[in-house]
Design a protein around this ligand. Structure first.
Ligand SMILES: NC(=O)c1ccc[n+]([C@@H]2O[C@H](COP(=O)([O-])OP(=O)(O)OC[C@H]3O[C@@H](n4cnc5c(N)ncnc54)[C@H](OP(=O)(O)O)[C@@H]3O)[C@@H](O)[C@H]2O)c1
Length: 298
């Protein structure tokens, strides 16, 4: 990958840079010449990225930003706007997952999932839109997922938050195109990050209000899903966070941009099957793949 000279002087802001895709994307963009604000909610996790940035003499600054907190977002962008007169790229990357059955999940858990994965994106994006609109250019990169396009059992909160992100992004594209601002979706399959360790697992617990519900009614299903995570992460079809970072950079620099960029063999295979199969056939294929541990790669 060549360092694009046109990146010089450009400014990028990334959320969730403490680990995984956000970490790698922050480093890659700064290596490619962007002045990069690597934001994270917990500055205690900044040592690793600061060490790399120092060693490689990168133009990277860590800032505190919790996407669920209005003040935190405002403070971060106040500082960015004081220091930099432009923002060329925003990567909305911060996110996490919840696993559990709809019946077992509280409304609060749904809200909290959306607060990060969906409202967090809106909160941050609203800070950059006026600036990018006035500049007449800018790229908003939303890290969605294969799960932004297909349902997965026991992942309803995460999946619906990513479906919402897809709808938001598609709609915003029409609004912002006239001002030279582009909105791009990144749709990775499984990526080898801490994401799966950080998944909040909500298994069924004793529910005395519903005597018909044998406890824990969804735990077997949940167990199978959780067991399917490990082989998926270890499989050759899983991507590295640096692979996703490369696709993000290529999307930013491409003169012929796509609306969405799947990442990983598994993502391409799943989207291919989704196109080829009927809804019912696809559902059976997903069930087989997850619960009978068959490969997603055809
Ligand atoms: N890994 C996958 O298989 C996969 C597949 C498709 C899409 N994705 C998407 O990729 C994105 C990045 O995930 P990852 O795989 O890199 O996982 P990760 O290593 O767990 O990174 C998630 C990042 O989001 C941050 N974060 C969570 N809540 C936040 C908040 N309220 N404010 C600011 N930052 C917050 C985390 O910060 P802390 O360190 O403080 O927790 C962490 O930096 C997510 O949107 C995820 O949905 C992941």
């Amino acid at each position: 990958m060549t360092n694009n000279r046109y990146s010089k002087g450009k400014v990028a802001v990334i959320t969730g840079s403490s680990s995984g895709i956000g970490f790698e994307t922050s480093l890659l963009l700064s290596r490619m010449g962007f002045y990069t604000y690597a934001t994270m909610r917990n500055l205690n996790k900044s040592q690793k990225i600061n060490d790399v940035a120092e060693k490689e003499n990168l133009s990277l600054k860590v800032l505190k930003l919790d996407v669920t907190d209005d003040n935190s977002v405002k403070n971060a962008f106040r500082q960015i706007k004081e220091e930099s007169s432009r923002i060329d790229v925003l990567v909305n990357n911060a996110g996490y997952g919840i696993v559990g059955a709809v019946e077992d999940l509280s409304l609060e858990e749904f809200k909290s999932q959306f607060e990060t994965n969906f409202f967090g994106v809106i909160r941050v994006t609203k800070e950059v839109i006026p600036l990018m609109r006035n500049q007449g250019y800018g790229s908003i990169i939303n890290v969605s997922s294969v799960g932004g396009k297909i349902g997965i059992p026991l992942n309803s909160t995460y999946i619906s938050s990513k479906f919402a992100l897809e709808g938001l992004s598609e709609s915003m594209r029409y609004e912002l195109k006239q001002f030279g601002v582009d909105v791009i979706l990144i749709e990775p399959g499984v990526v080898k990050t801490s994401f799966f360790e950080n998944v909040k697992v909500v298994l069924n617990t004793n529910n005395t209000t519903n005597t018909n519900k044998k406890t824990p009614v969804y735990s077997e299903l949940s167990q199978k899903l959780l067991e399917s995570f490990e082989p998926m992460i270890k499989s050759n079809s899983a991507s590295l966070p640096s692979d996703v970072a490369k696709v993000i950079y290529q999307a930013i620099e491409s003169p012929t941009r796509q609306v969405r960029y799947p990442v990983g063999k598994d993502a391409f295979s799943i989207f291919n099957m989704r196109q080829k199969l009927s809804d019912e056939e696809f559902e059976n294929w997903i069930t087989e793949s997850i619960f009978h541990k068959k490969s997603f790669i055809n």
